[in-house]
Design a protein around this ligand. Sequence first.
Ligand SMILES: NC(=O)c1ccc[n+]([C@@H]2O[C@H](COP(=O)([O-])OP(=O)(O)OC[C@H]3O[C@@H](n4cnc5c(N)ncnc54)[C@H](OP(=O)(O)O)[C@@H]3O)[C@@H](O)[C@H]2O)c1
Length: 277
Amino acid sequence: MSSVKCRKTLLVIGAGNMGEAMLKSWVQTQIDEISVLVLEPNPSDWLKSLFGKGLVELNPRKIPKQIDICVLAVKPQKLAEVLEENRSKICKKTLIVSVVAGKDFNFFQSYFEKNQSIIRVMPNTPVSVNQGVSAIVAGEFANESEIEWVKKLFTPLGEVVLLDKESEIDAVTAISGSGPAYVFNFIENLIEMAEELGLSTKVSKKLVIQTVVGAGVLAESSTLTPSRLRENVTSPAGTTQAALEVLMDSQGGWKPIIKNAVNAAYNRSRELAGRKK
Ligand SMILES: NC(=O)c1ccc[n+]([C@@H]2O[C@H](COP(=O)([O-])OP(=O)(O)OC[C@H]3O[C@@H](n4cnc5c(N)ncnc54)[C@H](OP(=O)(O)O)[C@@H]3O)[C@@H](O)[C@H]2O)c1
């Protein structure tokens, strides 16, 4: 595990939403162990300020010969162009870490050495507040110490799970990758209802968001299952039961809707990666 201790040179290509979220955490938590270089055509003021403080190198003219880790965080449609552009900066020993959705190990094969180490990561947007969850899947040639390094990079951004096989990424995308949007949409609808029932926008927002945060923290910290926690809120013939009879209806309730929605995301993820539905 000694390689985990020496300072690594990390090249981040693409500093948009996800790239910045990762950088934010890395400059706070790992700056003693990594030197960070960033390639980004339109750096934000925040990124420029990191450069101003000497915390990262931004669009440097000269790239060091030995890049230990190259993190790819550009949009999927830009990836081929970016790999062509930066091929010469990557050596045999560079560990490639890709957060790019839908681009599988096969895709990378034509750009790198046959036995290049590649690790794919599927984070989600709550990484921007260090409350994300990142699923990691290692390519055939990535070794244990490289996997440890990637875990170490993503742990400060939230939880990390290690997948057994690449095909599981589609399920991860449909659950935790897209999942924050499902929760945001639930929040939107509940706020709208609170307002319809006469509460002010400010109070509605506070009630709904804190209910979601509180229920999440309770579900995470309790030894009880989510079903048991739900039952604990539900008194017979009470208000919660009245609502749950609607939400848990086998035909018109959440279950068939969630199933359809998650399957739609899962199938789309497979389609984008060029796999069959
Ligand atoms: N956001 C999420 O929830 C999420 C979750 C999991 C995975 N991902 C993955 O993360 C990746 C990035 O997503 P994002 O939401 O961060 O996208 P984004 O905000 O568009 O960020 C991508 C950045 O890459 C820059 N870029 C474009 N061409 C470049 C080049 N040749 N060299 C260096 N940088 C270049 C873009 O600059 P311009 O804007 O000037 O083109 C942009 O700032 C995607 O592949 C996505 O699949 C995102």
